[in-house]
Design a protein around this ligand. Structure first.
Ligand code: SF4
Length: 354
């Protein structure tokens, strides 16, 4: 059976390139004066060509340095335009964030709350260069990172050139004195870039700007609640190597009550399917107390039918924090039997667990 992270490991071994670098090798001769519709249509055409090059390993990919602008530049241009009537996520607030108007997330310019080599992620992903953005488009009552997710003004404005440089240093391990571990990985050297928050979604344009100028051959991870608009998912196509998703609920009413999110299942399930089409996927599911039957079991059932190739991490570390005590059902920790019921069910469905 194919490893769910086969391509990721090939990048780590140096046998393939991170996808975003391939995008940068595809020229895109777009006119910045063109209307949005024309640029989107060009993007769709060029992505078809891009995927055909990736799948057969032929064409211009990797064969010549390009002189003009790349397909990644086109994506960054489209993301910047989307911020003017913001539709980066499914809230589609229509505010002009470039003119200082705040939408539901309150994020204007991207602010970085912290960045560091993370050793607490899934074993396949560490050490991970994790970049935490301030602000979020969800309002989860039980948010474990509420100090940064609820405060979009927290953190620093870091120029894209500076962050690209930091990524290159982390990817090369030049900020530490490396020592080889038994895994063959080098201690102190990041094996991926992990875009997270809050949520990375409101910062899509900034992230694409960073990648336009970074040249580190390192896999890109989108660590998100997956409430992106369909257009944003199209822009991430060919940029992201692994989606590290957070599938929180198994029905709309729990999502609305505990995270304030409408139409959760339709949007998040659509985006999981889109993600699995062009990238590898690790799905995280945090078991909530009293939500095994309404959320965890339906979520596992959905995954087994729709993204059976994904790696699944059933998580047991829920602790009530932030505003969790406003909701009786989630005001205690998760019990061993609740976690085991979900894990057993996932195993019985044949899901591949972390
Ligand atoms: S990112 Fe989402 S929540 Fe934030 S302003 Fe844009 S559409 Fe609204």
């Amino acid at each position: 059976m194919k490893d769910p992270l086969e391509r990721y490991y090939r990048i780590l071994e140096g046998n393939e390139k991170a996808l975003y670098l391939l995008l940068r090798e595809n020229e895109s001769d777009f006119d910045s004066e063109s209307c949005d519709d024309d640029l989107w249509s060009l993007h769709e055409d060029e992505m078809k060509t891009f995927w055909s090059h990736v799948s057969d390993g032929s064409g211009t990919v990797g064969t010549k340095p390009i002189e003009g602008r790349s397909l990644l530049d086109l994506k960054a241009e489209l993301a910047r335009r989307m911020m003017r009537r913001c539709e980066i996520c499914e809230w589609k607030c229509s505010v002009d964030r470039t003119a200082g108007q705040e939408g539901r997330c309150g994020v204007l310019d991207a602010r970085i709350s912290s960045e560091f080599l993370h050793y607490g992620e899934e074993p396949q992903l560490i050490p991970s260069y994790t970049i935490f953005f301030s602000g979020c488009n969800f309002k989860c009552a039980f948010c474990q990172n509420y100090d940064i997710s609820t405060d979009p003004g927290n953190g620093l404005l870091v120029p894209a050139t500076r962050l690209a440089d930091m990524i290159e240093r982390r990817a090369s391990g030049s900020e530490t004195s490396p020592s080889v571990q038994a895994t063959g990985r080098v201690r102190g050297r990041a094996v991926n870039v992990n875009w997270v928050g809050g949520d990375p979604t409101p910062n899509l344009a900034y992230i694409l700007d960073v990648l336009r100028i970074s040249s580190a051959d390192i896999p890109q991870i989108w660590n998100s609640n997956m409430y992106l608009s369909e257009k944003s998912m199209r822009l991430l196509e060919g940029v992201i190597d692994i989606y590290l998703t957070d599938l929180k609920y198994g029905n709309d009413s729990c999502a609305k009550r505990l995270s304030g999110i409408p139409d959760y299942m339709r949007i998040v399930s659509r985006n999981h399917v889109l993600a699995a089409k062009h990238a590898e996927v690790i799905v995280r599911h945090l078991v909530l107390p009293n939500h095994v039957e309404c959320c965890s079991i339906p979520a596992m059932n959905w995954l087994s039918k729709n993204t059976p190739e994904a790696l699944v991490n059933v998580m047991d570390q829920y602790r009530p924090m932030h505003r969790a005590f406003e909701h009786e059902d989630i005001s205690r920790g998760v019990r061993d039997e609740e976690y085991e019921r979900v894990r057993d069910h996932a195993e019985s469905l044949g899901l591949r667990l972390v």
